[in-house]
Design a binder for this molecule. Structure first.
Ligand SMILES: Nc1ncnc2c1ncn2[C@@H]1O[C@H](COP(=O)(O)OP(=O)(O)OP(=O)(O)O)[C@@H](O)[C@H]1O
Ligand SMILES: [Mg+2]
Length: 264
């Protein structure tokens, strides 16, 4: 069965789009998978980075029945983009019961044609985030460690737990990913301790440091491992280690699926 993997955190700027794009490239490059990336953000950062893989289908159309045709994956590269954009703002105003079942069915249709569907979400716990979690098999929660990040993670995990309990029992928390990790920061160390004390079983034991090669690669539309620069090497090694661990957790049934550690 295909994985439908959501990158979600209601906090902005934590690396949802960056990791969505690079994870999709990693699956296509390293595992030769056919991957469809759905961008649910009006800012459409992911869509700009992946514009050369445009499928012709836009994400707003996934919220209605019968609007999308078949999405073909480009045989050469394995990636297809379902682009985000301003029209997605209207979805937030729709009745959930009118749009979420259509989105779920459309994503299931897309998943039948691809090995993995990656969904990038906007920085809000709104209707699009709920729709993504209801349609997903796994969710990855990127965070940046700072003073209040534990509060944000708790809210996000409660949302994931609520969706799993009420609407989508197959939803698995693949893990919390530490992005822009700085081992020398005292503040980050304190936040890390708090996070591990509360959610040890969900924290992926791989960290992504702040690396200038990451935004550079995205700006040029390339995965960071294709950037002809030595500084891209460390970034690539960290990212590949992270994606390998995430994939292991998603592939081994049941691991990471339990959310009993989430405090109400
Ligand atoms: N590890 C990193 N090293 C350096 N820059 C990074 C790293 N991770 C993300 N960035 C940069 O930080 C910015 C924010 O990242 P990104 O857009 O992926 O966050 P986001 O969670 O998708 O934000 P939003 O909530 O606004 O959609 C981008 O410019 C991105 O290139
Ligand atoms: Mg984003």
């Amino acid at each position: 069965m295909s994985h439908v993997v959501v990158f979600g955190n209601q906090k902005g700027g934590v690396g949802k789009s960056t990791l969505s794009v690079l994870y999709a490239h990693w699956l296509a490059d390293v595992h030769r998978q056919c991957v469809c990336v759905i961008d649910l953000d009006t800012q459409a950062n992911t869509s700009k980075t992946l514009r050369r893989f445009e499928s012709g289908v836009v994400a707003a159309d996934l919220f209605e029945e019968g609007l999308i045709g078949e999405i073909a994956s480009d045989a050469a590269c394995g990636l297809a983009l379902v682009a985000g954009g301003k029209r997605l703002a209207d979805i937030e105003l729709a009745r959930p019961e009118a749009v979420i079942p259509a989105f779920r069915r459309n994503v299931a249709r897309v998943a039948r044609r691809f090995d993995t569907v990656v969904i990038d979400t906007p920085p809000a716990l709104g209707l699009r985030m709920s729709a993504a979690l209801i349609a997903a098999t796994a969710v990855v929660c990127p965070i940046e460690l700072e003073e209040y990040s534990i509060d944000g993670v708790t809210d996000m995990l409660k949302t994931i737990f609520g969706v799993r309990q009420r609407y989508n029992p197959r939803l698995q928390l693949a893990g919390i990913v530490l992005n822009r990790f700085n081992p020398h920061s005292v503040r980050q160390k304190a936040a890390m301790q708090q996070l591990v004390d509360s959610y040890r079983e969900f924290v992926i034991p791989a960290r992504i440091s702040t690396r200038s090669a990451i935004p550079e690669a995205l700006a040029s539309g390339l995965p960071v491992w294709d950037l002809p620069k030595s500084s891209a090497r460390e970034a690539s090694a960290e990212l590949k280690a992270l994606f390998g661990l995430l994939q292991q957790r998603m592939d081994s049934a049941g691991v990471g699926a339990s959310m009993t550690g989430v405090k109400a």
